[in-house]
Design a protein around this ligand. Structure first.
Ligand SMILES: Cc1cc2nc3c(=O)[nH]c(=O)nc-3n(C[C@H](O)[C@H](O)[C@H](O)COP(=O)(O)OP(=O)(O)OC[C@H]3O[C@@H](n4cnc5c(N)ncnc54)[C@H](O)[C@@H]3O)c2cc1C
Ligand code: FES
Length: 261
């Protein structure tokens, strides 16, 4: 059993409406795609993907949607947070011509992957989508890194009107791509896996309620194949994602009760 290591909040930056980046001075040594369990004493412990990382610090992106994430979003420099990990699989970099498809805070772990891929000479098209312009994240970071950026919004307030997967289908019909990586809302990930199936290799990063985070409690097992998303995931090949029949249909809450999506 690994106990949480207490790390100190160094700074907090606003990313978009309700979304913050929280930085800690700590050499985490995570692979892009891995996550940490973040513990707020007297509150709870929840998984968060690593979105930023250098030898001196790492950062998490928190979208305030419920009790834990609202409290986490309000931490201030000097506050202490418990961290376990990094845990889980990372993305596997293969090929040179890559496409990243990010939705919401899921874009963070892909931006970290893009950082690594660019250092290895890869060419990256980054599709970022949101419901509206004010919810788009990391667009400046992605442009500054040197990726080709395509934005999509459901309401057409910025970029192409529609879904990230519309932009992905268009791109795949026009260009040859070596691999697609995706992280974001579950229905988007399923569609990405379907669009890529049989055409191009892809990996998607999935989410399920996690308790232990390292494979012993079984809470993050998915039907019907039973893999533990904290160990055999969260990043899985697209073909594996397509075998998980609960994706897009239901997930299990803290008590293990099924909740329809
Ligand atoms: C591997 C992994 C990586 C993760 N990485 C991140 C991350 O980088 N940043 C981050 O903010 N969260 C991330 N999460 C989710 C995070 O662990 C929490 O589940 C999330 O913060 C909500 O917890 P909560 O207690 O605040 O809200 P809950 O009480 O769990 O949820 C409150 C309400 O919001 C809804 N809800 C929950 N999650 C979302 C969502 N993503 N979008 C919209 N509605 C939602 C719930 O259905 C519920 O109705 C990750 C989860 C996993 C498994
Ligand atoms: S969270 Fe316990 S096995 Fe995955």
């Amino acid at each position: 059993m690994e106990y949480p290591k207490m790390v100190t909040v160094d700074r907090v930056e606003d990313e978009a409406a309700g979304i913050k980046n929280i930085f800690f001075k700590h050499d985490l040594q995570a692979k892009p795609g891995q996550f940490v369990m973040a513990w707020l004493p007297d509150m709870d412990e929840k998984p968060f993907a690593v979105g930023f990382q250098t030898a001196e610090e790492f950062g998490l992106t928190v979208s305030a949607v419920g009790p834990f994430s609202n409290t986490f979003s309000q931490v201030k420099p000097g506050d202490r947070v418990g961290i376990r990990g990094p845990y889980g699989t990372g993305y596997k970099l293969e090929g040179k011509k890559l496409v990243m498809v990010g939705g919401g805070y899921g874009t963070a772990s892909l931006a970290l992957l893009a950082d690594h891929a660019l250092q290895q000479g890869c060419e990256i098209t980054f599709i970022v989508g949101a419901r509206s312009k004010d919810l788009l994240v990391y667009t400046e970071r992605i442009k500054q890194m040197g990726c080709t950026l395509i934005t999509t919004t459901n309401d057409g307030s910025e970029g192409m009107q529609g879904f990230t997967t519309d932009a992905l289908e268009k791109l795949l019909s026009e260009q040859t791509v070596d691999k697609v990586f995706s992280c974001g809302p579950e229905k988007m990930l399923l569609k990405v896996a379907e669009v890529c199936n049989g055409k191009v290799s892809c990996e998607v990063s999935l989410e399920r309620y996690m308790k232990c985070g390292f494979g012993i409690c079984g809470h993050c097992c998915v039907d019907p194949i039973g893999i533990r998303l904290c160990v055999e995931g969260p990043v899985v090949p697209g073909e594996t994602a397509l075998k998980i029949t609960e994706l897009g249909n239901y997930h299990r809450v803290q008590s293990s009760r099924k909740e329809t999506l």
